[in-house]
Design a protein around this ligand. Sequence first.
Ligand code: PMP
Length: 418
Amino acid sequence: MAQLSPVLKQATPVLAARGEGVYLYGEDGRRHLDFTAGIGVTSTGHCHPRVVEAAQRQVATLVHGQYTTVMHRPLLDLTDRLGEVLPPALDSLFFLNSGSEAVEAAVRLVRHATGRQNILVCHGSFHGRTMGAAALTTAGTKFRAGIGPLMPGVAVTPFPFAYRYGWTEDEAVAFALRELDYVLATTSPPADTAAVFVEPVLGEGGYVPTPAAFMEGLRERADRHGFLLVADEVQTGFGRTGRFWGHQHSAAVPDVIVTAKGLASGFPLSAIAAPRALMEKAWPGSQGGTYGGNAVACAAAIATLDVIRDEKLVDNAARMGDRLLAGLRTIAERHPEIGDVRGRGLMAATEFTTVTGTPDTALAQRALTESAERGLLLLPCGAHSNTVRMIPALVVNESQIDDALSVWGEAVEAAVKG
Ligand code: PMP
């Protein structure tokens, strides 16, 4: 009998039999409150009836056409629907399967479009695990150690992580923009710089909202030096942050948006969006992949967009996110071991540190375990995995937020006692 590879590292002990809304049911019949949502994917909750119905109908009609070979209606309709929610200038789309693939496509696009090689990324960024995307990822050594040589042409610039530096947000932004100018004056001159990739909330790097002034500073540098601003909205798109797109917390409109996760409620689908004039500069045939833009995934994505609109899930994410953050802050007040609570919409995080401010990974791990034992599923993030994040489906309601907070309060209490 075959065994699973030992490199598999499962964050929770759950063997899931089925999912419904924000709940997962194990094969043992136990119910879990799922605040991982498949790592921020099941935006409309597990098995939303409208998504299930749309996918079932499509499975029985056409599963796969391969849209660079044979076009299909779900992909055309989805393109139209995304046109209603994207910034008007970003009127051209290309579909793939995963976040990493979409990041790779965005790298190709910006290099083709500008004729320049370098990509700027922020410290603590996560853009994926494929080889190009891994080169853009600085959120932790585990994502890149031992797999190099990585793709050249990547320059790293600081992220304005105020808590990490012990500064105000304004101080952190001023520092990060000053350093960016220094990077542009030294390691990656504008003539070599194709784009800067930024997450509107630093995701795997620790759930740190990107300050509006930093996004706007990136936009200003991009315009001044003729490079492109790419928003990696893989985790922050589709209402997750309480606005439809994460970048909408600032006045900066990106040139390219990379999206995946929440797009299709769990079906593998991703996309890049850019102005047509830019997209036309990618060389025909240079982008693509056999499974990209699968018809069932597209049908599920259309249903996902319907549900987000009809159930007002963006507003719900904003309100539930505020409630969650307020509750996490109240719990943190009781525990000096919690160094920071932060988030935006339904991306909320608690960072554990020792009293001297050193990351406390062991305590975060204990809190995760205590929480899972009490039926609340959570994930870590951050370079030291000392931050516990909550990313429930956007359909989460007040009583489910309160249930999670009550379990979390007990779990932290137990973890601190050791
Ligand atoms: N970009 C961001 C911001 C992400 O959060 C992720 C996944 N966590 C990716 C890219 C990669 O997506 P995928 O795992 O679907 O390849």
